[in-house]
Write a protein that binds this ligand. Sequence first.
Ligand SMILES: NC(=O)c1ccc[n+]([C@@H]2O[C@H](COP(=O)([O-])OP(=O)(O)OC[C@H]3O[C@@H](n4cnc5c(N)ncnc54)[C@H](O)[C@@H]3O)[C@@H](O)[C@H]2O)c1
Length: 427
Amino acid sequence: MEATTGRSLAAGHSTISGSGEMTHLPVGRDRSLSKRRTDAKKRGAARAANNDTDDRYREAEGEGLGLGSPRDRDSCSSKLSQIEKTSTPQLLLALLAPSEHTITKRRQTQGPRPSLPAPFSNSPSSAQRKEIVSREDDADAAPRSLGFPPRFLSNFKHYTFHSVIHFAALKAVSESCQKPLEYYKTNVSGTINLLEVMRENNVKHFIYSSSATVYGVPQQLPLVEDMKTGNCTNPYGRTKFMVEEILKDLCTSDKEFSVISLRYFNPVGAHPSGQIGEDPNGIPNNLMPYIAQVSVGKRDTLYVYGNDYDTPDGTGVRDYIHIMDLAVGHVKAIIYQKTHNLKGFKPINLGTGKGYSVLEVIHAFEKASGKKISYKIVERRPGDISVSYADASIANKELNWVATKNMDDMCLDTWKWQQNNPNGYKN
Ligand SMILES: NC(=O)c1ccc[n+]([C@@H]2O[C@H](COP(=O)([O-])OP(=O)(O)OC[C@H]3O[C@@H](n4cnc5c(N)ncnc54)[C@H](O)[C@@H]3O)[C@@H](O)[C@H]2O)c1
């Protein structure tokens, strides 16, 4: 199937679940938030948008994509075309901090106001923000214990959404082995909660942040969407697999329901401005932010888990994808879903199709940063597989999506972010 365009789109708007970085939400006045607001003001494209008042949920008749008049779908059509025209990778922000990126994109394109749930569990000042959100929302309290704060639910009452992009999850593989119940509760029960809210509000388009982990130990490479899933090596992977199964059942039961399950490979990088990037709480769970913290002197040594895998240099091989490419993949998925009137469950890999070993990533980062990365080979980590890379031809053919950024771009942008923000958002 050929490329899709958004020109015939006549949608309402999207809501986003996932609260990676909440720069633009009215939930806190902590220093990191105001710092990020200040930074955002420096960015030309965000300047106008930043004039918003704190009440980001205010009804706005006729604004943007017609958020205030969401049922006026025809009037949305031309505005969505505008989004498509302006949706260059430079404007599309990324997923490691999903909410901020998507909100910023929305602002840059005058698109819809996304609605975001708390509890900001993987971002700085989470307790403070959570507290503020719950205080603000006391009056609107809803008896739903897992998942979404009342503000999120009340947005469904006030607006008509066309689709939901569901980023929210716990995602650390090793933590999932220690705290499986938390992972099943957030990732599986939380998703069911969200789907129930969607059902109650007749919203039938869903873009899901799935993962290459659903393939488990690869039977063959590259990984193709129609391969068997489920032989997962850790609880995190199983939560993603289980949710995919739930979504398949939902699509079977409701022929109007539409899911694109985007199976991310290894998202890395940062916004090329160096202003938005990954700021993990505590010790990074992923390779690239760990390398970045070593390069900036925040950590002494990188631990490389195993050099006896069946790979050219013995270290694990992964398919790294730049977050800007990943972000574009989501926009294309939403456009595709609408323009093709897609129903049912459709998994799509988002990867480059090329694998890099841990040592190759280290050397690429050294080249980008000009800094030597000190590393030490240690035992393999339980649950790790040897090699994983995608067949991305479905994304290419059907979404008209292709990864445009290579490992050098990924390292350069990560380095720029880390160098500008050695303490992340706490500067
Ligand atoms: N980063 C990766 O390597 C990777 C790979 C494959 C898939 N994914 C998926 O992509 C999505 C985004 O991941 P990310 O890398 O941006 O991680 P992230 O931790 O930055 O973002 C996930 C966000 O979900 C929020 N969250 C957690 N529990 C929540 C809850 N109960 N209610 C509301 N929000 C909650 C967290 O606060 C966090 O901000 C996740 O679903 C993840 O599983 C990530």
